[in-house]
Design a protein around this ligand. Structure first.
Ligand code: HEC
Ligand code: HEC
Ligand code: HEC
Length: 110
């Protein structure tokens, strides 16, 4: 019985630690972003807007829970895919004219 309890506690602990690490709310994903400069996806700022895991990961759509899986191309910017399924000027700021909100060029000299 005792062993069983310990096992259950362990499983819960592992599951909890797993999700605590997994949660982009504590995490950023850095993307190179090509010539426009790197893009940082901030998990916390998205969670703070009330977005749930399922809004981005339901059935791995639009994003898999694995960094570097999404291949985000210029065409996606205007096709309402990936980030741009929300960043379309309705659910969130539009990607057109707001390049610099996502793409940060390193300051001169860096
Ligand atoms: C607004 C969209 C969005 C929300 C909401 C979101 N994520 Fe993510 N998540 C992403 C993106 C984007 C990536 C990176 C995917 C890629 O690089 O292909 C990611 C990556 C991950 C990864 C992989 C991290 C790594 O280092 O490999 C995990 C795990 C994850 N998310 C879990 C969660 C959990 C749990 C929640 C809810 C608490 C959540 N995500 C909410 C967009 C989101
Ligand atoms: C499920 C919808 C959704 C998806 C998918 C999504 N975002 Fe957002 N994002 C939002 C909302 C909502 C806000 C806050 C409202 C606003 O700023 O227009 C936001 C805000 C932001 C901001 C400004 C706040 C900050 O973190 O500095 C950036 C930058 C951003 N998103 C980048 C991205 C990138 C990059 C991706 C793809 C990897 C992405 N978002 C995918 C909904 C989304
Ligand atoms: C909502 C955030 C967001 C906004 C706004 C945004 N981008 Fe991006 N962009 C991304 C992400 C994420 C990537 C993929 C980065 C990576 O995977 O390295 C990307 C990639 C790119 C690439 C490289 C594409 C490739 O095929 O390698 C170019 C060029 C680009 N963006 C141009 C722009 C321009 C121009 C604008 C403004 C009109 C813009 N972006 C606005 C998030 C954004």
């Amino acid at each position: 019985m005792k062993k069983f309890t310990i096992l259950v506690v362990l499983i819960i602990a592992v599951a909890f630690v797993g999700s605590a690490m997994a949660v982009p709310p504590g995490k950023n994903v850095e993307l190179k972003g090509g010539a426009m400069g790197k893009v940082t996806f901030d998990g916390k700022s998205h969670a703070d807007k009330g977005l749930k895991c399922d809004d981005c990961h339901k059935g791995n759509t639009p994003f898999a829970m694995k960094k570097g899986t999404a291949k985000i191309k210029m065409a996606d910017h205007n096709a309402g895919k990936l980030c741009f399924s929300c960043h379309d000027g309705k659910k969130a700021f539009a990607s057109k004219e707001n390049c610099a909100k996502c793409h940060k060029k390193a300051a001169a000299g860096y």
